[in-house]
Ligand binder design. Sequence first.
Ligand code: HEM
Length: 510
Amino acid sequence: MEVLGLFSVPSWLMAILLVIALLLMYTIHKQRYFKRLDIPGPTPIPFLGHIHHIIKKGFQEMDMEMTQIYGNCYGTFFGNIPQLIVTDPEMIKQLLVKQFSEFTDRPRTIRTTKFFDSAITVAQGEHWKFLRATLSPTFSSNKMRNMTPLISKCLDSLIQNVRTLSEGKKSVEMRELFGAFTMDAICCTGFGLQVESQSNPDDPFIKNAKKALNISVGNLKFLLAAMFPELQRFIREIPILNQEAIDFFIQATKSALADRREAQSESYRDFLQLMINAHQDEGTDNDNGEEKDLGFDAYKRRGMTDAEVLANAIIFFLAAFDTTSNLLTFASYCLATNQDVQDRLRSEINKELGKSKPTYDNVFNLTYLDMTVNETLRMYSPAQRLNRMAVLDTTLCGVKIPKGLDVTVSVLSLHYDTKYWENPHKFDPERFSPENKDRIHPFTFLPFGGGPRNCIGMRLALMETKMAIAALLQNYRILTSSETEIPPKIDKRRGVTMPENGLYLKLEAL
Ligand code: HEM
């Protein structure tokens, strides 16, 4: 092909150049989104947006740096997908609470397989409302209280496990230790399953939970979906989560369900039983898993379908595992590096509990324990970000928000903002003392999110965490050792805050 009669270019090369030009126009158009809305933000790279920053720095460092430069509300791109990042407490209150009806859903930035459309974390509109109303009673304080003996049994194994693991060793890897404890607790409180996570390092529940949660932003499907969001419809059945691991949990849940139905006992009070009770055989599961939004009453009449029971069981395993085990890991690190806090906490535990075992009621009465856990959650919030999607065109504190926009709250930027926290890098449980607590600026501390769609498992997570810390301090002193990384390097590839190289601490029997 002749170009301006000056030189000739082969047609195949022209075709390639044309495709490149069209793709560039596509990404430039997509990435002008915030310019059109007059919202500031860093310049994106074609196709990648700011993914390279996430990979290089992780969410925490990137969000904190950008907030310093662009303020409390700015636009970034996950590939070509726009994300409005907010760290303004008033805006966050509007987003999560006051304007909840306009931001009920989470964005499906990267769509999971259809199987997960029935999961409470992903479900939208009336479907989500139905699932939330059905599943919420599992987490009432009474239900938690009744679960005390189950957690207590897991704690006996935890203490036994510390004994075995610390024998002849300088230190214990705390993520492994608490990962096994958390999995035991999920299995027995959620499903009535007795597993051997704590006595068996190769336990399949642990191995599969780790496999399932090993997701990084560098994943090929993530990149494709981020660069070409329109492709999501065609590539959505490519799993993000490890399918083999998900199949393992599906089988475990199916066999627990079959056992329950055979036993026909209503005596169980766990998550699985609640879903069974809400289940109706005439449920309208259809082959491709798609269903029109029915409206709350219609969902209630049809009850939970098999697909919903399974998807929510898997979510229970996955949402509870990394979050709770990492919170416990960082809490033990904070106690090891702040011996004065540990001494004071142990005194409180000894005074209030003596030699009695920790229970739901006695640990929730421990003020200093609550302060210590909250401060750990501030510094090492397992969830680094949370998000909502505008379900209609609206405004948020004067900022124009088009329907479908992902509005992301950067939790860790808020938790380290010097406007709200003095000396934020210092571990100081006093910030949460009864005298100081009221001075905390509302919507600047959000480890469990906020509003009607906050973490449904918060009470369970806090119960497990507080009971485990109390039991550990009754029996052990937690110390650093030459193997402890201080401060621990945070794994930048993950959305959940976790130590990159594990966390090794010494546990000295009292
Ligand atoms: C320390 C432990 C935990 C932390 C820090 C944590 C944190 C969070 C956060 C930040 C959210 C998003 C809230 C929002 O968007 O406003 C969330 C949602 C959720 N969490 Fe947790 N979580 C923890 C433990 C658990 C446990 C034990 C469960 C047990 C089932 C659980 C189940 C869920 C579910 C199902 C949702 C989605 C709720 C909905 O969409 O209605 N989490 N969690």
